[in-house]
Design a protein around this ligand. Structure first.
Ligand code: SF4
Length: 66
């Protein structure tokens, strides 16, 4: 499953990195980025999207607020 981060929406809360550190990391400014070479399938039972307070994680190409 495709995972993208809406960088215009991300506020750097860091919940995604706490939930799925193998997939998400944070840049020097604290905003989320995908770990290079990380597996792209959604982590089973530990989806980071619900924990993102601003819904900045986009799964499967859906718009951020879908
Ligand atoms: S949880 Fe959401 S707002 Fe926080 S760093 Fe991750 S993508 Fe950004």
């Amino acid at each position: 499953m495709e995972i993208r981060i809406d960088h215009g929406t991300c506020i750097g809360a860091g919940q995604c990195t706490l939930t799925a550190p193998a997939v998400f990391t944070q840049d020097d400014a604290g905003y989320a980025t995908l770990v290079p070479g990380a597996p792209r399938p959604r982590p089973r039972g530990r989806s980071p999207r619900p924990r993102c307070p601003v819904q900045a994680i986009v799964l499967g190409g859906d718009p951020p607020d879908a």
